[in-house]
Every structure is written in C-alpha cells, then in structure tokens.
Design a binder for this molecule. Sequence first.
Ligand SMILES: Cc1ncc(COP(=O)(O)O)c(C=O)c1O
Length: 478
Amino acid sequence: MSVPPDLSDLLLLGIERTSGTPLLRQVYLELRHAVLGGVLPPGARLPATRALAHRLGIARNTVVAAYEQLLAEGFIEGRVGAGSYVSRDLPRGLEHPPSPAAPLPATTLPNMVQPGAQPFNTGRTSWDERTARTWRQLTMRRLQTPDPAMLGYGDPRGSLALREAIATYLGAARAVRCTPEQVVVTAGAQQAIDLVLKVLVEPGDPVWIEDPCYPALRAAMAAAKARIIPVPVDAQGLVVSEGIAASPAARLAYVTPSSQYPLGVVLSMSRRMELLAWARRAGAWVVEDDYDSEFRYAGRPLASLQGVDEGGRVIYIGTFSKVLFPGLRLGYAVLPPELLEPILTARLLSDWHPPVLQEGVVTDFLAGGHFAQHLRRMRQRYRIARDTLVEVLNEECGAALEVVDAPDQGMKLLARLRPGRRDTEVSAIAEQAGLIARPVSPMFLAATPIQGLMLGFSGHEPGALRRAARTLGRQFDK
Ligand SMILES: Cc1ncc(COP(=O)(O)O)c(C=O)c1O
C-alpha cells in the first residue's frame, strides 16, 4: 500500500519547534493522530525514518524513537529501519470528528451555574471563624489517624456513621421516618435527582413538575427525555387537581413542599394529603426536594411530606449545600426500601461512593454537636441579612419593586417588579453594574409568568447588601 504523499507535509504543519513539547513527542503524537484518524489506514507504509527526518529537518534519532514508541504501543508493526506499517488489526476511523449531522444537544448550562460572590447571587452560604476552626480541627484529626476506608473503596450508600447521623438528624428536625439503611449519601441534591430520574423515568414518561420550577430540575427532566407536565402553583402550593387532570398516570411528581422554588409558598396540609393519595392510587413516586427548610425564621421548621406518607411513595432529598456549603457536594436521599437496590446500582456505576475524608469530617461535625450550633448561628446571621435586604430594597428600590416582604424561611427573596418592567432586562442591566439578580419569569412554563428578581441574602454581609441595593436602585433610574 502506498504512503499518502501529503503525510510529511501534514507532519510539517503539525510540528512546532518553539513549543514546549519535545520534538519526539510531537512526531509521535502527529503520527498516532494520523493512524487513529484514518489518514494512515491499516497496512499503510510509513516513510523511511531517514527520509522523514530529512523532510522535517530534525534528527533521525528523534524519528526512530517516535517510531519505536508507536511500535511498542501496537500502532505500527514491522521493524524500524526495515519498513514500518500501520498495524493491520487496528479498527478504522477511531478518531473521526463528530458528524455535523449529529449536533450536540442544546444546553441551558449558562442559566443554571451560579458562580460568583457578587450580591445578590443566590445559593451562597456563610461561615464564621468558629465553624472554620472546628472544620480545620476535625479535618486534621481525620488526617492524623487516617481512616483505613480511605485506602480502599467504600459503601455506595456512604459510611454507616454518616447515615446514622443523618437519619437521627432528619427524624428530630424534619420528622422524616427512616432507618440509616434507607439513606444514600450523594454528591448533593442534584446527584440524588439524577439517580432517581435514571432509575425511574424512561424517555416519554410523563412527570409533573411545579410551574414555575427550579431550573436545574427542569433541565434534568429534559435530559432524561421525560414528558414534562407543568402543574401550576397557587397560594397553597402545587395545584394537585390540575396535575391529575393533565396527567393522572404520571410516573412521578417533583415538589418543593417546605418552600416552593421560586415562589416560596408552603404546600398546605390538604394538598399534601391529596398528592399522597394520588401517588398511592396511581402507583406514582413523589420526589420531595427539601433543600433549605432548616432556615426558618418564624417558629420551628415545618415537618416533611415524607413523614406523613403512609404509602411509601415519597423519595426525600436533602442537601448539605445550604446548611453547610455548596462546595462540599454532599447531599442525601431517603428511599423507600424497594428503590434502594436500583438506585445504589446507578450510584455505584456513576461514582462508586462519596469521598471518605469529607464524609468523615461531616460525620464528626454532626455527631459532635457542631452542626446544631452552626445552624443556630447562621440562622441568626441570615435573619439579619434578610431584614437588612428587605429594608434597603424598600428604601432604595421602592419605585421599581413592589413592597418587599421578609420571607419566613430560606436564603433568598423574590422581589416583584412594578408593572411595566421586564425582569430579564433589569437583570441584564444589574449585571452590567456587577450584581446578580436572577429573573424569575424564565422559570415559568405554561403559567403566566410574574416579573421579579430572585435576590439571595444568605452569603452576603449586610454592608455589601446595602451598597448593592443602592446600586440596583440607580439602575432603575436609567
Ligand atoms: C430547589 C433546589 N434543590 C436543590 C438545590 C441544591 O442542590 P445541590 O445539593 O446539588 O447543591 C438547590 C440549590 O440551589 C435548589 O434551589
């Protein structure tokens, strides 16, 4: 078989003398790329090392060494110096570029990721020196006497000690009824959602989601190719009767009963009962996303939906992203026993198990009583931040925002715009001024959108919130 005449030219183009990569490696990579991409098909003869070295203007030894490496790795066969050929048993076209006929799926990622410490980014948390100190001490202790579990693979459910601590906490604080065996520690609520969808939803399956809805959930449902049934939300939360009318045999319903995302309403007890009765009748699953209910400023936290479910239909999902910090990437799901095995299998196939060191530190933080104290202090801090934000928004932005009421719980508030303004436009202007004010209208599906901004207060100092509200107020005058 003949050598493609342009191979030396191809290599010439690919090789860069000034690059930091050694010439040998460049020659090797270019040739390997030509083989994998099918430019050099199986059986093709490679140029003689001397000729190629001459053409490339490099030492012959360099080419010989590159050929030897390709030979050792099985890309070529023969004997260097006596004719080298591309291996005949390599499959063709291993590195073909993606076909233009198969575009990558559209992504909504830019709307979902929330990096940035600027006010009023939501989902940010605070910590204080006391928590930082404790965290350091607990981490050091775990490192000084390393857990033997670090040296091997762990339990896909997460360590038993952490699951016990979570089950105890959930029973006391959220009236969740579960044993540690039902708890699966995940990489945040998002992984728990992903695993549930992987196991329970086939493409085309109808699923109820709240309208408006948490964007990352909607995107996960779309990625699972579920048939999304938007169910409206009123002052009592999800309008269950509308869901039943639209899709009585839905596979599952996703709800945020303690604080609807993004409206903040609480699912009333009668709606909870209606939802559970439907799930039982229809054999459907209810996913309860209980993401930030710990931060309740008026009275005790509300009990979970899972705790009043007599039919075993609720999958309860919680996270340490709010009560501790999002960067930790630890959350959990409490599963009805029949879902344990399939979800654990999916988890195992995805990332084996949670990181052992982080898991250990969080276990010590919970079991040592630090968590309860941290929560108490953060609740106080967030309450001050919330009150500051409400006050300054009403002072500085009263002409553009309707009177802002303090939410009873959570880490953000929803400030509605007065008629005549679009939240997406205001958000874009605020961004120019260095602020993050998420528009709420894109979170609506079929329901009539409201125009409003989601403003986070939990991760921002009162002084920063004051300055930011003043800046936001000035943007409305433009
Ligand atoms: C409704 C809702 N669910 C879950 C989460 C938390 O997800 P994770 O635990 O993956 O950080 C958030 C965070 O913003 C949320 O708003």
